[in-house]
Design a protein around this ligand. Structure first.
Ligand SMILES: Nc1ncnc2c1ncn2[C@@H]1O[C@H](COP(=O)(O)OP(=O)(O)OP(=O)(O)O)[C@@H](O)[C@H]1O
Ligand SMILES: [Mg+2]
Length: 275
């Protein structure tokens, strides 16, 4: 395939015409080092529109670093990120967010003193056009906008079934519910690509089942593309369409879950066989 055709294949119209899956994001030959520590070495993979893409691998494999590159938190020394068919220039996380990439964090990052409602509302900030000065000068449009945002936030609260804790400061919530609120804040951005860093870490079985259901519902009902880091293999096998496996910063497998699970390189990596 020549470069011209490859470029065209990334546009929605072309993907529709050809029946090929549309690539939403592409990572090409990305390397990232912190001083002497190579977190990511020459990694390439893509994320297709509408899929649930799992990123797995042992501790320290470079999974979180990869998400941090995708959402603009880190800038790789080498390689490119192509978002909706355009190679991305260096950008800050808020710019990535305004282009439709939202995320949750491995360690919950919420405003602990604020209520569930206000934390989720904070996810709307990028979508708010009328700022403080508007409110002072002319309350009408700002108020109308505020009402619209509140409506959207209430929809998310209903969707995640967290009505009972809407006024509770999130610092007082059990960890599993904090994770759910954090998902709510990311959903409030109405992202096209949602990055979830271990959304089920530290949860009991029931909480994991709930979170799995919400992830599937977000994918199916809102059509949101999801990239998910997860250690629980059962969850990965159940949820994901395709899996990319990292080990010591390198990609060692990429494909459908059952294929990846059977790969000798993956089995060795998880058993800690020497490299
Ligand atoms: N900000 C940083 N400064 C220095 N080294 C870092 C930094 N972030 C990550 N690393 C290193 O990069 C490597 C990959 O880390 P990363 O957090 O991406 O792994 P991970 O796959 O998410 O691991 P885990 O499953 O434990 O969350 C590790 O060796 C880690 O120590
Ligand atoms: Mg991590």
């Amino acid at each position: 395939m020549n470069a011209f055709v490859a470029d065209k294949a990334l546009t929605p119209a072309e993907a529709d015409g050809s029946g090929e899956p549309e690539t939403l994001l592409r990572v090409d030959n990305v390397s990232l080092a912190f001083g002497g520590v190579k977190a990511i070495t020459d990694i390439s993979f893509d994320i297709r529109k509408g899929e649930i893409r799992a990123i797995i691998g042992p501790n320290g494999a470079g999974k979180t670093s990869m998400l941090n590159v995708i959402n603009g938190f880190y800038h790789p020394q080498e390689g490119t990120i192509t978002w909706r068919g355009t190679v991305r220039r260096k950008m800050k996380p808020y710019e990535a967010a305004s282009q439709g990439i939202a995320r949750t964090f491995q360690n919950v990052a919420l405003f602990k003193g604020m209520t569930t409602l206000d934390n989720i509302m904070s996810g709307r900030s990028l979508k708010m056009h009328r700022n403080f000065f508007w409110q002072v000068l002319w309350r009408g449009p700002a108020e109308r906008e505020e009402i619209e945002h509140r409506k959207k936030v209430e929809e998310i609260i209903d969707f995640l079934e967290i009505q009972a804790i809407r006024k509770t400061p999130v610092g007082r919530l059990p960890y599993g519910l904090q994770k759910r609120v954090e998902l709510g804040r990311a959903l409030a951005m109405e992202p096209e690509l949602l990055l979830l860093d271990e959304p089920m870490a530290g949860m009991n079985l029931e909480e994991k089942e709930d979170m799995s259901r919400f992830i599937i519902d977000v994918n199916q009902e809102f059509g949101t593309t999801i990239a998910l880091i997860e250690h629980d293999m059962g969850v990965v096998m159940d949820l994901s369409d395709r899996v990319v496996v990292l080990d010591y910063g390198k990609k060692i497998a990429d494909g459908p879950p059952e294929e990846v699970q059977a790969s000798q390189a993956v089995i060795d990596a998880y058993l800690g066989v020497s490299h």
